[in-house]
Design a protein around this ligand. Structure first.
Ligand SMILES: NC(=O)c1ccc[n+]([C@@H]2O[C@H](COP(=O)([O-])OP(=O)(O)OC[C@H]3O[C@@H](n4cnc5c(N)ncnc54)[C@H](O)[C@@H]3O)[C@@H](O)[C@H]2O)c1
Ligand SMILES: [Fe+2]
Length: 413
């Protein structure tokens, strides 16, 4: 009988100090199974938050903790969901102390709120930060042996599924509503760590573009570029396979054609971006990412750089570094971005893919260099060490060393 091993995205550093290598992605025995984990149910389109009440009732939720952040309360975004709960007479409490790039401290505070509220379920309303905090709260509530939070890093051996989460994204970027990952900042050690755990996936995702219309231009642009980074890194990551390739290429196409319109707050652009980022999440959650994310995470930990901006600045530089290790995939990326590649040789279509990404980034107002977003030159060696150790780096198509990562940081500086 064929032994089945589960394909995991998990970094390993080999004895010669190189991050990556296909063998690092297998967990268990010696054969491979491509695996897909998705939400039980998901809803798409402007106005679909009304489905939350049906889902909460159908699932027998008695009391809900709504996990969100203070800005979303202030901008009247969270209230769109709580008003539905009020009208339906569903009992809930709100925890709104989520900060961007959520910390261990923030998760512990949320955990306490969850216990005090005696809720049996969570609705996360927010961007990646609120959804990731909700996942950590949900996982630790069901697996209290991980109450220190930091021991959840990587692939944690949790035994029980998270308390049920309905995830309602308010940014079009992270796709945390459909991923099996969450990212927490260890403020004491100045590092962001990624947790990969199928037990954390929200049971329901409610992807409603009306929840995203209050995003300012800069946030729409940076979170959208995060989604494009997911699609491109997911398409070229070592564990990619045909099904996820299909999802990632479609995501690149949708994001490539709709991000500019979303930044202009066009409703169709918003709706398309909401879908595009989710499609990217369906893919990358199941195969992993690459060194753009590996290098973006330390920027979040060192300078609290918004995640999307860090990725957006780094993406073209990493694409140049990876180009020779991607076969003809950059031709398909260029085409999905709307470039006619007929007659182009390998060098030409690779350059065309990078140029198309640079142009989109420029059009939506993303800076080109790391020094423009507050990165300090003297920190680059420490950032490179941290990026090398990141869970995402092992999935990069071209092997990385601390030195090669430092070179990319320098080019992008
Ligand atoms: N779980 C995953 O798979 C995954 C994937 C990628 C990134 N992440 C993580 O997600 C976090 C980033 O999430 P994000 O980029 O969605 O941003 P975020 O959740 O950190 O939010 C950033 C800011 O935008 C505001 N905001 C959000 N929605 C808004 C709206 N509709 N209108 C007005 N303001 C709004 C928030 O209040 C906050 O101040 C990072 O910590 C990153 O590492 C997680
Ligand atoms: Fe991301």
């Amino acid at each position: 009988m064929l032994a089945i091993a589960t394909k995991m995205w998990y970094n390993s550093v080999t004895s010669n100090g190189i991050a990556g290598g296909e063998s690092a992605f297998w967990k268990g025995s010696n054969a491979m199974a491509n695996r897909m984990i998705l939400n039980e149910t998901s809803y798409f389109g402007a106005g679909v938050i009304t489905e939350i009440v049906n889902e909460a009732n159908k699932r027998g939720f008695k009391k809900i903790l709504v996990v969100t952040d203070p800005d979303l309360l202030e901008f009247g975004v969270t209230v769109k969901v709580t008003a539905l709960l009020d009208a339906a007479g569903i009992d809930y409490e709100v925890f709104s102390n989520v900060k961007a790039n959520p910390t261990v401290f923030c998760v512990k505070a949320g955990l306490e709120a969850f216990r005090d509220s005696e809720a049996d379920s969570i609705i996360a309303v927010g961007g990646g930060s609120a959804m990731d905090t909700a996942k950590a709260i949900g996982i630790i509530s069901s697996n209290p042996e991980f109450s220190d939070v930091v021991s959840l890093e990587g692939v944690a051996d949790t035994k029980n599924p998270s308390v049920p989460i309905i995830a309602v994204p308010t940014t079009a970027g992270t796709a945390a509503e459909v991923t099996i990952n969450y990212v927490i900042t260890d403020e004491k050690n100045k590092r962001k760590f990624v947790c990969v755990d199928p037990h954390d996936i929200p049971v329901v995702a409610v992807v409603d573009s009306d929840m995203m219309t209050t995003m300012p231009k800069g946030l729409t642009a940076s979170t959208g570029m995060d989604a494009l980074t997911h699609a491109i890194e997911g398409y070229t990551t070592l564990a990619a396979w045909e099904l996820t390739d299909t999802l990632h290429l479609k995501a690149i196409e949708i994001i490539g054609r709709s991000l500019r319109a979303a930044v202009a707050n066009d409703p169709k652009g918003r709706e398309d971006m909401a879908l595009g980022q989710y499609v990217a999440g369906m893919g990358f959650s199941n195969v992993g990412l690459g060194v753009v994310h590996g290098m973006a995470h330390p920027l979040g930990a060192f300078y609290d750089t918004p995640h999307g901006i860090a990725n957006a600045v780094l993406l073209p530089y990493v694409m140049e570094y990876n180009a020779e290790f991607t076969g003809d995939k950059f031709r398909h990326i260029a085409e999905a971005m709307g470039v006619d590649t007929s007659g182009m040789d390998e060098a030409a279509y690779r350059k065309a893919a990078v140029d198309a990404v640079r142009q989109l980034s420029k059009d939506v107002g993303i800076p080109e260099k790391l020094h423009e977003i507050g990165v300090k030159e003297e920190d680059l060696p420490a950032l490179a060490e941290s990026a090398f150790a990141d869970v995402c780096t092992g999935g990069n198509p071209r092997p990385c060393t601390v030195e090669s990562i430092l070179e990319i940081y320098k080019k992008a500086f």
